[in-house]
Write a protein that binds this ligand. Structure first.
Ligand SMILES: O=C(O)c1ccccc1N[C@@H]1O[C@H](COP(=O)(O)O)[C@@H](O)[C@H]1O
Length: 242
């Protein structure tokens, strides 16, 4: 069975590494310099960093220069997201050298542009499906953006290579991932799925690792790592053991 990939998160708001609860502004913890956080995960053995410009996602500015600097100083693969919604932001994101970008709001509001981006960039494009129930949310998770499964079918048909599925109600809560949601998404697509939201323990990672055969390729881990619920080396050892 394939090894579950782990993607420690570095979410940037107002120049700082943060972790929000359910994506609500002003909630959650602040964890200092994003570069220091990213380097710490890299030194602890991370193969990926999930790097998010939350200001760009919320439309409250951006951290583009900082994020480009962080990306340029890392040796690991980077998944970059937040505010990538047009040619200029996509080109700037890809120019950081990141391995792939996640498109969120654009997949809900600019389907033709997203189809073109998928056609042009292949598996360097993933789509973030951020949901409450089965309703997608965009613009910093403040606006409804349609039905999860209708959008998934459309993106599959357009050749989308991968999905990052976030249960907003679990995100940052340390209450465990929504395994049923992941199962349901995996049942409706043959594309790999990266799980996001709620991971709180090594047992949660074991549960996700057991789903690689269903299509769960990776897991984004944020608050649990920052709050010391387990260490990254412990998590990496768990997924390596299979
Ligand atoms: O990660 C968060 O906590 C988060 C909270 C609120 C909004 C977005 C969040 N993260 C990621 O941002 C991108 C979406 O950005 P956009 O809609 O394309 O501008 C997506 O990967 C979210 O998971």
């Amino acid at each position: 069975m394939a090894k579950l990939e782990l993607l420690p998160a570095v979410d940037v708001r107002d120049g700082q590494a943060v972790q929000l609860v359910k994506g609500e502004s002003g909630t959650g913890g602040r964890y200092g310099e994003p570069l220091a956080a990213a380097l710490a995960w890299q030194e602890a053995g991370a193969e990926w960093i999930h790097l998010v410009d939350l200001d760009a996602a919320f439309g409250t500015g951006d951290n583009r220069a900082l994020i480009a600097d962080v990306a340029g100083r890392l040796d690991v693969k980077i998944e970059l997201s937040g505010g990538i919604r047009d040619d200029a932001s996509l080109e700037a994101a890809l120019a950081t050298g990141c391995r792939r970008v996640n498109l969120g709001t654009a997949a809900l509001e600019e389907p033709e542009w997203v189809a073109k981006a998928i056609a042009a960039h292949g598996d360097r494009i993933a789509v973030g499906l951020d949901v409450r129930g089965t309703t997608l949310r965009g613009r910093g998770w403040t606006r409804d953006g349609g039905n999860l499964y209708e959008t998934l079918a459309r993106l599959d048909a357009e050749g989308c290579a991968r999905y990052v599925v976030t249960d907003i109600n679990q995100d940052g809560t340390l209450t465990g991932p929504n395994l049923q949601l992941l199962r349901d998404v995996c049942a409706r697509t043959d594309r790999p799925v990266v799980a996001s939201g709620g991971i709180s323990s090594l047992d949660d990672l074991r549960a996700l690792a057991a789903m690689t055969g269903e299509g769960v390729e990776g897991a984004i881990v944020g608050t649990a790592l920052y709050e010391g619920a387990f260490t990254l080396p412990e998590a990496l050892a768990l997924v390596r053991e299979g």
